[in-house]
Design a protein around this ligand. Structure first.
Ligand code: HEC
Ligand code: HEC
Length: 202
C-alpha cells in the first residue's frame, strides 16, 4: 500500500508539473474535480430548465386553475375534467378512468388519452405547483422551495426528472410534440444549476 501511495503521489507530482506548463499556455485549471459553475452559468442552466417546464407537455398538468390543459395551445381539458380533492380527478371521474398505464397504440390515431407507468394525475389543490403564467424568477424560487414543490430537497428534485410523468414528455404519443430539449440536457442543466447554488433570476 505504502509503495502504491508513493507511486501515486509521484505520478501526481509529474501531473502537476505537466499541468503547470499547460496552465502557463492557457490550458485547463489544475484540478481534477470539475470547477464550481459560476452564478452566470447557474442562471443560464436555470434558463434551460425553465424552457422545459414551460413546454406544453409539462405545463398542461401544472395550471393555475383546476382544469388540466391540453394541446400545444394549452386549452382547457375536454369534458370539464377537474383536479378533484387529491389531483386525481373528481370522485367517479378519476384521470385513470381514461388515462391508462401507457400511451394507446399509434394505430388508434390522434386525440387518445395519453398514459404512463405511474397513475396519471396532477398536483393536489393544497399544493398546486403552478407553472402556467409564472415568470422565470418566481418559478425558480418555487421549484427549490420544499414547502411548495412537494417537499423535495435537491436530491429528490434530481430524481423527479426520471419520474414517469416527467419522462412521458419525451414520449407523448401520436400527434403531440415531445419536449425538444433532450432529457440528458435537462439533467445536465439541473446539475449545473444545483452546483452553482441554485441561483434564481430577479
Ligand atoms: C400527468 C400530469 C403531469 C405531467 C404531464 C407533468 N407533471 Fe410535473 N407533476 C405532476 C404531479 C402530480 C406532481 C406532484 C408529484 C410529486 O410531488 O411527487 C408534479 C410535480 C412536478 C415538479 C415538482 C414541483 C414543482 O413545481 O417544483 C416538477 C419540477 C415537475 N413536476 C416538472 C415537470 C416537467 C418538467 C414535466 C414535463 C417534462 C412535467 N412535470 C409533466 C404531474 C405532471
Ligand atoms: C373522460 C376521459 C378523461 C378523463 C376523466 C381525463 N382525461 Fe385527460 N385526456 C383525455 C383525452 C381523450 C385526451 C386527449 C385529448 C386530445 O389529444 O385531443 C386527454 C388529454 C390530457 C392531457 C393533454 C396532454 C397534452 O399535453 O396535450 C392532459 C395533461 C390530461 N389529459 C390530464 C388529465 C388529468 C390530470 C385528468 C384528471 C384530473 C384527466 N386528464 C382526466 C381524456 C380524459
Amino acid at each position: 500500500m505504502r509503495h502504491g501511495l508513493f507511486v501515486t503521489s509521484a505520478l501526481a507530482a509529474v501531473a502537476a508539473v505537466t499541468f503547470g506548463s499547460l496552465v502557463s499556455c492557457g490550458g485547463p485549471p489544475a484540478s481534477s474535480t470539475p470547477p464550481v459553475p459560476t452564478r452566470e452559468q447557474g442562471l443560464a442552466a436555470w434558463g434551460t430548465i425553465n424552457t422545459v417546464l414551460q413546454h406544453p407537455r409539462c405545463r398542461n398538468c401544472h395550471p393555475s386553475g383546476d382544469a388540466p390543459l391540453q394541446g400545444d395551445d394549452s386549452r382547457p381539458h375536454v369534458m370539464n375534467v377537474q383536479r378533484g380533492p387529491e389531483g386525481e380527478g373528481r370522485i367517479g371521474e378519476q384521470c385513470t378512468a381514461c388515462h391508462g398505464p401507457a400511451n394507446p397504440p399509434a394505430s388508434y390515431g390522434e386525440h387518445t388519452p395519453p398514459g404512463e407507468a405511474k397513475p396519471w394525475h396532477m398536483p393536489p389543490p393544497d399544493m398546486k405547483m403552478v407553472i402556467v403564467g409564472m415568470a422565470p424568477g418566481p418559478l425558480c424560487e418555487q421549484v427549490k422551495d420544499p414547502s411548495r414543490n412537494g417537499h423535495k430537497d435537491m436530491k429528490a428534485l434530481r430524481e423527479h426528472w426520471d419520474d414517469p410523468l416527467v419522462t412521458w414528455g419525451w414520449n407523448p404519443g401520436l400527434g403531440r410534440a415531445p419536449v425538444p430539449i433532450p432529457h440528458d440536457q435537462l439533467v445536465a442543466a439541473f446539475e449545473t444549476w444545483s452546483a452553482a447554488g441554485a441561483p434564481c433570476p430577479q
